[in-house]
Write a protein that binds this ligand. Structure first.
Ligand SMILES: *Cc1c(COP(=O)(O)O)cnc(C)c1O
Length: 386
């Protein structure tokens, strides 16, 4: 890795794949037509965008590329899904259900609706970070319009039982949205199980500033826009589409689909090696989130007796995260770890480690050794530890 930095924070963002960048490049200075113009330059840009749209549709198993609405990222997609559904189905009901460990943008978008009078319910998760399905089922009443539960959690990497949640929502007549920003390209996702799905470009080696919302057409899901203007994206999201970003996002989806199996196998080997080395050399380390139902590239550990932040300070050349990127500046413990932690202090001692496409075995091995050294040093210094 460049500049002697070891980047192990693939949940916060991923580097743009060089192949993605190369595919995007012509759309900045040469193929610059407005994709919504009807002249030759516009049509060429539009064609590139439609090709990209098909690639996004393909990786999530959407029946029709028209079901893909390009947005600026998963934050916008989640806001559009939650706010848009709430406004469209207001006469049907007022209950919106999410979980305690959703991404901030889902929690905040639904909190905004709560201030407008919607009945927002957050269902708890079990100690393994999996949504409590019994609580979910109980929470869905006949005034429930939307359930929003993420496919893969960005802090602990746990995979939610999407098929079961889908079945519960169908049976109870609620729409189901999933934030799949951390799932696409890592596990197989299936749009046919949900009504809406959010995706982000920069989590899958594409550019930042682009994402998509899948909106089911059959049966049709009604979505009130949050941006108004020229009526682009079938009226759901006005604004000129950023051709280079769309093209890059499409390419990123294409590569991710092709290389997913191989990448997942590599990351599983890295994760297993890493965890063995840590558990063989350190005591009182706990893996956060379900041990099996998880993606291999996200490992979240709590180290009893040391703070995650102190570990990070002890190895400035390594980029990992304590708390998520959105909350780590506040030095608050992660609300995700708090929601699953059996002991409060373990929430402060968590570290999120993300392996990805460009991670090498040497980096994993070096990092494991360094981590063991730093944790031992911090524990030796702590009067509480002895
Ligand atoms: C990164 C992330 C988001 C936000 O995506 P942006 O494209 O950065 O807006 C939302 N949800 C999850 C689970 C994420 O990991």
């Amino acid at each position: 890795m460049s500049r002697n930095i070891i980047y192990l924070d693939y949940q916060a963002t991923t580097p743009c794949d060089r192949r993605v960048f190369d595919e995007m490049a012509p759309y900045f200075c040469e193929e610059y037509g407005n994709p919504h113009s009807t002249h030759a330059m516009g049509l060429r840009a539009k064609e590139a965008i439609e090709t990209a749209r098909s690639k996004v549709a393909d990786i999530i198993g959407a029946a029709d590329p028209k079901e893909i609405i390009f947005t600026s990222g998963a934050t916008e997609s989640n806001n559009l899904a939650i706010q848009g559904i709430a406004r469209s189905y207001r006469e049907k009901g007022d209950r919106i259900i999410t979980s305690a460990i959703e991404h901030k943008c889902v929690l905040e978008a639904s909190a905004a609706l709560k201030r407008e009078g919607f009945d927002v319910v957050r269902v708890p998760v079990l100690e393994n970070g999996i949504v409590d399905l019994q609580e979910l089922e109980k929470a869905i009443n006949d005034r429930t319009i939307l359930v929003s539960i993420m496919t893969v959690n960005n802090e602990i990497g746990t995979i939610q039982p999407i098929d079961e949640i889908s079945e519960i929502c169908k049976r109870k007549g609620a729409l189901f949205h999933t934030d799949a920003a951390q799932a696409v390209g890592k596990i197989k996702v299936d749009a046919s199980k949900v009504d809406l799905m959010s995706v982000s470009g920069h989590k899958i080696y594409g550019p930042k500033g682009i994402g998509a919302l899948y909106v089911r057409m059959n049966p049709r899901v009604k979505l009130t826009p949050i941006f108004f203007g020229g009526g682009q994206e079938r009226g759901a999201r006005s604004g000129t589409l950023p051709t280079p970003l769309c093209v890059g996002f499409g390419k990123a989806c294409e590569i991710a689909k092709q290389e997913m199996a191989e990448e997942s196998a590599k990351l599983t080997k890295f994760k297993d090696y890493f965890l063995k080395k840590i558990f063989d050399n350190l005591t009182k380390v706990y893996l956060n989130g379900d041990a099996v139902r998880r993606i291999p590239g996200c490992v979240n550990l709590s180290f009893e007796g040391v703070e995650g932040e102190s570990i990070m300070l002890g190895m400035p050349e390594v980029c990992v995260s304590s708390g998520s990127a959105c909350t780590s500046e506040s030095l608050q413990p992660s609300y995700v770890i708090e929601a699953i932690a059996t002991r409060e202090e373990l929430a402060h001692s968590s570290l999120r480690i993300g392996f990805g496409r460009f991670t090498t075995f040497e980096e994993v091995d070096y990092f494991a050794s360094k981590l063991i050294e730093v944790v031992n040093r911090l524990r030796d210094m702590s009067p509480l530890w002895a």
